[in-house]
Design a protein around this ligand. Sequence first.
Ligand SMILES: NC(=O)c1ccc[n+]([C@@H]2O[C@H](COP(=O)([O-])OP(=O)(O)OC[C@H]3O[C@@H](n4cnc5c(N)ncnc54)[C@H](O)[C@@H]3O)[C@@H](O)[C@H]2O)c1
Ligand SMILES: [Zn+2]
Length: 369
Amino acid sequence: MALVLMKHECLVELANRSYRIHIAPGLLADTGPLCRESRLNGPLLLVSDEQVAARYAGVVAESLQAASFEVTQVTVPPGEASKCHTQLIRIYDAALAAGLDRAATVVALGGGVIGDLAGYAAATYLRGIRYVQIPTTLLAMVDSAVGGKTAVNLPQGKNLIGAFHQPATVVADMDTLATLPPREWRAGLAEVIKYGFIADPSLLDLLETHTVESLTAATDTLAEIVQRSCAIKADVVNRDEREGGLRAILNFGHTLGHALEQLTGYTTYLHGEAIAIGMIYAARLSQHLLKLPTNDVSRLQQLLKQYELPTIPPDLPWDRVRAALQRDKKKLDGTIGFVLVRQPGVAVYGQKVPAEMLEATWRELRDTP
Ligand SMILES: NC(=O)c1ccc[n+]([C@@H]2O[C@H](COP(=O)([O-])OP(=O)(O)OC[C@H]3O[C@@H](n4cnc5c(N)ncnc54)[C@H](O)[C@@H]3O)[C@@H](O)[C@H]2O)c1
Ligand SMILES: [Zn+2]
């Protein structure tokens, strides 16, 4: 049966695991009814980080309790370091102490760190219970809360332990973005620019008419941007849930982006900042290999600058960059597989790029920004 969607909703269609993404201001206060609508009935474990909990856990817990849910809370320190086994065990401990059984649901309130950590806890506790995503960063709203990838880190690397586990619903309250630090904002927008470039150039048109300041004030436009980004991700996930192929296009800019994050010890760049540089690199490769028009490369560069995102790579020796690129997970028969763009809106994945071109393009980016 086709569902009638409200203006800013999005449906991820995965047969009996389909779910809705609700996008609007003020939604935290409706968490209880939205969880009931998603047929959640058991007790809830509300997982958040200290910063987000201080601001938003109260209103969420209140709404859940008003809808007669039993709520237990667990809070972890903010930051990537919490995506680890120590915090995971704390979540399991809290769930066991509260006597949560398989009817229980985890509610992940926060950014991508909480979504990934609490989502993985839900994927594994008692062999899997349901969970709800309540993303409070732009990155989480447009990316990590949608699609069902959950993970924790190991000392050896990021996201090495994980599971595919789709949420029961996603509740994106646009009002929460009002407290997001500007740098986090811009980093989230890098993922939106990515969606525009790989799948929907009209998103680029829209972003070109705004700035970070004007967007933060334009809640309705922002909700539209989040909705359209989610729709692109949902469409890709609908067609390729487990990254057999197509889902890889979401990694545009991520091959070099991940390498830069890793080479700089995850301290210099936020993820979105690293992929901004990665997107410029991939666009230039696309220009050389697929004849992406120069104007489109310039357009991407201009838009990234407009949102104060970096476009010039750091001063790193090519040998180290190449070695880091080779460690990337998305390798094809020993060569590095890139996501490139033939024209804005048309992405190509698994593109093999000659080694000389990888190096020449890196140098070009360093020397002629
Ligand atoms: N599962 C996926 O598909 C997927 C996709 C992309 C990224 N990720 C993961 O997401 C993580 C990054 O997520 P993130 O960028 O949201 O970081 P994050 O969760 O660390 O949040 C960033 C910071 O903002 C704070 N914060 C969150 N919401 C706030 C708000 N509304 N107001 C004020 N402060 C707020 C947090 O306390 C934190 O300090 C990484 O671990 C990455 O691996 C996962
Ligand atoms: Zn990303």
